[in-house]
Design a protein around this ligand. Structure first.
Ligand SMILES: [Zn+2]
Length: 365
């Protein structure tokens, strides 16, 4: 089975993608709901579990103890490689005084053993003696054997898919549409990228009988920016002593060191019209912070800890309002049907002919 992960796919791009639109018409397809968050999404794809079970929410989490970090990204990648930790993210873009409070929420890549506290799709495939390949820049895995590739271009991904075609399961990640962050979702540039990507994936869609096209999130234009950091600064609380916070483009996570800080922040957040405090239980998220604040669709926090650059489009808003899409080419006929990302793992196991496992999702087939 071939699994094509088209990052940042806004379903409206499909009108510029004749090959995928045709494939949707003939096969099972629909809207796709993902969990709130970032790294949480693929973790839920890989386990069929809501984030409250696998414990991942953001790219970064609070470090157990504040620590100094290697500031050179190449040295840091080298150190991770030597330790065979192939989840290559670290909070380098955050100013050092704040960065030392955080660490990457995972250390291993999806195909590595024990990357999450619950079994992944790859663990189940291995247990059932099925072979797998993962092409997820910069990681290229053939079963558990890791290699690195340097170009994130779709041509490189296509060539690695062709090279891996004999594996029972292939997972390949295309990053092209992430460009919408800078150019927006209505730009000529993103339309050209969508058209080009459609041609590219048409080359490999017949390599396997079962092919899943899916995305981890959609992408929507930013309509309003809000400077939440200035508002927090006005509270005169000390970062590290009274509270710690992590400001993303659409979410702010808070950890409180005392009750006064908590009361002040809650009072502030209640006055902000551009967002809401999240009920993490309702969103089936793990309790990784003391409080989570989410921007309303269209509002983005700027400045934030992740990028100095101003973006035109973003993801990570309420997933009920910002859905992506999937298409599943398979031998069983089926029409439109909405799905959740946790349904993908049980669907894949069924298509490969493996027994059901305990998880939160349900097979679409
Ligand atoms: Zn993404």
């Amino acid at each position: 089975m071939l699994c094509i992960f088209i990052d940042a796919l806004n379903p409206k791009y499909l009108k510029y993608m004749p090959f995928l639109s045709e494939m949707a018409k003939k096969n099972l397809h629909g809207g796709l709901e993902v969990p709130l968050g970032y790294t949480s999404i693929i973790a839920s794809f890989m386990t069929g579990m809501h984030p409250e079970k696998h414990g991942i929410f953001d790219l970064f989490k609070l470090a157990e103890k504040p620590k100094l970090q290697i500031q050179n990204k190449y040295l840091l990648s080298m150190k991770n490689l030597l330790q065979n930790k192939r989840f290559f993210y670290s909070p380098l873009q955050i100013p050092q005084a704040k960065a030392r409070f955080f660490e990457a929420s995972m250390s291993k890549a999806w195909t590595q053993k024990n990357c999450l506290p619950c079994p992944t799709l790859f663990d189940i495939l291995e247990k059932n003696r099925k072979s797998f390949a993962l092409i997820d820049w910069p990681n290229y895995f053939r079963n558990r054997k890791a290699a690195i590739f340097f170009s994130e271009s779709s041509d490189k991904v296509i060539s690695l898919i062709k090279k891996s075609k004999d594996f029972d399961f292939i997972f390949a990640h295309f990053l092209d549409l992430e460009a919408a962050h800078s150019c927006g979702t209505n730009s000529r540039q993103i339309i050209a990228i969508a058209k080009n990507l459609d041609k590219k994936v048409s080359q490999i869609a017949n390599l396997h009988e079962n092919v899943l096209f899916f995305s981890d999130h959609s992408m929507d234009n930013i309509k309003k920016e809000f400077d939440i950091i200035s508002k927090i600064n006005e509270l005169n609380l000390k970062f590290g002593k009274d509270l710690i916070y992590l400001v993303g483009s659409t979410t702010v996570e808070f950890w409180f060191r005392n009750n006064t800080a908590k009361i002040k922040v809650i009072k502030l957040l209640k006055t902000i019209k551009g967002g809401k405090i999240v009920n993490v239980k309702k969103f089936k998220l793990p309790k990784t912070s003391g409080l989570l604040f989410l921007a309303n669709l269209g509002t983005a926090f700027h400045p934030n800890f992740f990028s100095k650059k101003r973006f035109r489009a973003m993801h990570g808003w309420n997933p009920k309002q910002q859905k992506t899409a999937y298409i599943l080419k398979n031998s069983k006929k089926g029409g439109k049907r909405d799905a959740r990302i946790i349904d993908m793992m049980p669907t894949i196991l069924k298509l490969i002919g493996l027994p059901k496992v305990e998880c939160d999702g349900h097979s679409l087939i």
